[in-house]
Design a protein around this ligand. Structure first.
Ligand code: SAH
Length: 386
């Protein structure tokens, strides 16, 4: 760590660049041209180290050395969409498809709650089997059984009326990555029926309905340029998401992008740091893709400014089938069972995994404010009430 922090001094980083990053940190914004300049060099080791150091300072001021955990339940891998990058796309005939029953999902929540999870994330492909009626029943059951928990949905694009109904039923948060803010690039990554405008309209709807809303993008998706990344950052600064997830693009062998190179680990880390500086209060994930591309990806993500992890709570037998990209992690520290391993790894870098809902906290209001949470204690990740 010390070695990394010293690196920018040793490598004699351009003092102008340091000043720019300092301004980004102090003002949580930067003129577009300067952001463009920063993006051009942000993955160089010295710049990355300086960005991470500043991002950690902000992260520490707002969240202390705590990391929030979310229990991810991947409840269906059926999908009506055909996104070119995604392993569970509709036209991939080699996936064995599964759906969890209501009871299986509730069992995942129960097991997660015992371990100390206070947020459940229901994620799936866009699966028409889960009608609004079915989803509403599930949302109500989860909120009734675990009133101390937040519920996050991540089930794709829906009409306003559906989002409104889920919200009324008790859903608190919604994750819908914008994928890329550039309409042309969006069209290149997706089939013709999916557009950037539609995606962004969904995000606006979610925000209007009072969800804590999450967006995000893949780093290094095919055809992505730094100018696209600039659009992503500007979009996010404008949109002011409460949550975000970014991770490297990773190829899947049964997609049109099977031969495309993976996104850069270093660039992903630099972008995490920039996002922390641009949106200081952001609930920002060290994603599974980041953990997959590098053995210490998750820890490096936290050290770059992320403050959320999302271990997998899905039942063992189906986990390999929610395969968005090759070699996707779903065991060990990436899983509910491996929570004590994860807590240990985070403790190793000086961070505490906490038992808390971990809601978004606004600068100006404490309306969402929760106590920072208790540290996760007990052997094998089992939560011991204090
Ligand atoms: N149907 C939901 C969930 C999509 S999967 C929705 O539309 O929001 C969650 C995220 O995984 C996607 O938003 C995408 O950014 C990411 N993802 C999919 N394929 C990927 C790949 N090959 N590499 C890296 N990330 C990928």
């Amino acid at each position: 760590m010390v070695r990394e922090i010293d690196m920018y001094r040793e490598l004699d980083m351009d003092p102008m660049l340091c000043q720019q990053i300092d301004r980004l940190k102090n003002d949580a914004c930067l003129p577009t041209d300067e952001l463009r300049q920063l993006l051009a060099v942000c993955d160089q080791p010295a710049v990355r180290a300086y960005l991470a150091e500043q991002a950690r300072t902000v992260q520490k001021t707002i969240f202390g050395q705590t990391v929030y955990m979310r229990g991810l339940i991947e409840f269906t891998n059926y999908c009506q969409n055909d996104c070119h990058y995604c392993g569970i796309r509709k036209s991939n005939r080699n996936v064995s498809r599964y759906r969890l029953t209501n009871d299986e999902i509730l069992d995942c929540c129960a097991a997660g709650h015992r371990k100390g999870f206070r947020t459940f994330v229901l994620q799936g492909g866009e699966d028409p089997f889960y009608t609004d009626e079915r989803l509403l029943r599930l949302i109500k059951q989860i909120k009734q059984n675990w009133p101390d928990c937040a519920l996050t949905l991540s089930v794709g694009e829906k009409p306003f009326s559906s989002y409104a109904a889920y919200r009324r039923a008790g859903a608190d948060r919604y994750l819908l990555r914008h994928e890329t803010a550039d309409p042309g690039h969006y069209s290149a990554l997706h089939p013709a029926n999916l557009t950037a405008a539609k995606r962004q309209r969904c995000l606006a709807d979610l925000k209007r309905l009072g969800y804590q809303t999450g967006c995000g993008f893949m780093v290094g998706s095919p055809g992505q340029t730094r100018e696209h990344l600039l659009s992503d950052l500007l979009f996010m600064k404008r949109f002011q998401p409460e949550m975000a997830g970014i991770g490297p693009f990773l190829p899947h062998h049964d997609t049109p992008y099977k031969n495309q190179p993976a996104g850069s680990f270093e660039l992903t880390l630099a972008l995490i740091s920039i996002l922390r500086l641009l949106l200081p209060n952001l609930l920002l994930s060290a994603t599974t893709a980041l953990g997959t591309i590098h053995p210490e990806g998750r820890e490096q993500g936290i050290l770059a400014g992320a403050n959320v992890v999302m271990p997998n709570l899905s039942p063992e037998p189906v986990r390999d089938q929610y395969c968005l990209y090759d070699n996707k992690l779903n065991s060990g520290a990436e899983s509910g069972e491996g929570l004590s391993d994860l807590a240990g790894r985070l403790a190793g870098i000086g961070y505490k995994l906490v038992v808390a809902r971990g809601d978004y906290m606004d600068h100006r209001s404490t309306a969402f404010c929760n106590p920072a949470g208790q540290p996760l204690t007990g052997k094998s990740g089992e939560h011991m009430p204090a």
